[in-house]
Design a protein around this ligand. Structure first.
Ligand code: ZN
Length: 146
């Protein structure tokens, strides 16, 4: 499972760390904020602090998950708007047959809505996965330190 720093929330890259650090600490050391993530040899106060930090990270990951869902919902709404305007860009010609007219304003709006929808959906999905993994990691960590 991917590891995350309890202090800054960034993913801990073990490969990158092992070059400049002693072996026994390399797995718990965050190179982004230069702090240790080790929960061994902690006294009671430090242990409590560690616990709190993990809890805060779970809350943050939860917020991030909700935020990503907003992007996904927004993406879906734009997708529907895009499809609606795409349908509208089929206009009746002089003999009353609907023909696709790519130069019309409706098609222009459809393209913009669909493009924004794709961005929202992809970004939301990536963010959702990242938040989900983070939450899972910190929940596992919380169970381990108890
Ligand atoms: Zn960090």
């Amino acid at each position: 499972m991917k590891k995350y720093c309890i202090n800054c929330g960034k993913a801990i890259d073990n490969k990158h760390n092992s070059h400049n650090l002693k072996e026994e600490h390399s797995f718990d050391y965050c190179s982004s904020c230069n702090t240790s993530n080790s929960y061994e040899d902690l006294d009671k106060i430090e242990d409590h602090e560690f616990n709190q930090k993990v809890h805060n990270n779970i809350i943050k990951a939860n917020d991030m998950k909700n935020n990503s869902l907003c992007f996904i919902v927004g993406g879906f709404i734009l997708l529907i708007i895009g499809i609606f305007f795409f349908v509208l860009s089929f206009k009746r010609n002089v003999i009353g047959i609907r023909v696709f007219s790519p130069m019309c304003f409706e098609f222009f709006i459809a393209i913009i809505a669909l493009a924004l929808s794709a961005v929202g959906l992809i970004y939301g999905f990536i963010r959702f996965l990242s938040a989900y993994n983070k939450k899972k990691y910190f929940k596992t960590l919380l169970r381990k330190i108890k």
